[in-house]
Write a protein that binds this ligand. Structure first.
Ligand code: PEP
Length: 258
């Protein structure tokens, strides 16, 4: 695999944090960090709560920061109280969406099947998808990490065309490493990202696999980003906690330039 063929994507997942005013403040702080620096080595994305999308897009205008949502519903419209459709997101100019985050799977009944429905709806609407997969601690201890992420990836991508794969980023996020301060070792991250890449190769082709960005997510921070991002199969990061602090997020962006 040739990592040089893929652009790194460093994406922040703000989760349920930041009011609109606080969100604008954080975007301005990130902009100040990247001002005058060469950040062309990675795509920078911030995925934010729905109410922050418009103010964050306004604040990010003229900067390299792209904006994403944290979830999307699979129906085009209808009686789904509290939900947001893909066309609502594209109508306001949103480019990215996270789908299948483990917190959605754990707390909101997300399944591989609904992840697949959301992925197809988002891609059909023209969104770029950050598709999350990852094993629980129990699954890792049972020795079924590879099987778990392979199955999640296969089901999520059912019916997704080769052309649409250009808009799919896969985030390998071991559930036991999210928000826990426990990071997968760089070798563990590299190994599982490679497993996912092989699944993409089997489903599509080695050319598609080689072109697909596969991120690692799980307690990535200013200190460990260099080592994780240095691995051949790790093409970026999905970052929770550290994306809420502009200097830390910038340190990860900067690690992705190497
Ligand atoms: C995440 O929310 O996707 C994540 C990786 O969180 P954290 O970086 O805080 O572990």
């Amino acid at each position: 695999m040739n990592k040089a063929t893929r652009k790194a994507v460093i994406a922040g997942n703000w989760k349920m944090n930041k009011t609109p005013a606080e969100a604008v403040e954080l975007i301005n702080a990130i902009k100040a960090e990247i001002e005058g620096k060469d950040v062309s080595g990675c795509e920078i994305v911030t995925c934010v709560p729905y109410v922050d999308l418009v103010p964050v897009m306004e604040a990010a205008k003229g900067s390299p920061i792209k904006v994403g949502a944290e979830n999307v519903h699979f129906a085009a419209s209808g009686a789904y109280t509290g939900e947001i459709s893909a066309s609502m997101l594209t109508a306001i100019g949103v480019e990215y969406v996270i789908i299948g985050h483990s917190e959605r799977r754990q707390y909101f009944g997300e399944t591989d099947v609904t992840v697949n429905l959301r992925t197809k709806a988002a891609l059909e609407a023209g969104l770029k998808v950050i598709l999350c997969v990852g094993e629980t601690l129990e699954q890792r201890e049972q020795g079924i990490t590879d099987e778990t992420v392979s199955l999640q990836t296969k089901v999520a991508l059912l019916g997704v065309t080769e052309e649409q794969m250009k808009n799919v980023i896969i985030a390998y996020e071991p559930v036991w490493a999210i928000g826990t301060g426990k990071t997968a070792t760089s070798d563990q991250a590299d190994e599982v990202c490679d497993v996912i890449r092989n699944v993409v190769a089997a489903l599509y082709s080695s050319a598609v696999a080689e072109a697909t960005t596969i991120q690692y997510g799980g307690s990535m921070n200013a200190k460990n980003a260099d080592e994780l991002l240095g691995k051949v199969n790790v093409d970026g990061g999905l970052i929770g906690g550290a994306s809420l602090k502009a200097p830390d997020f910038y340190a990860i962006i900067s690690a992705a330039q190497k």
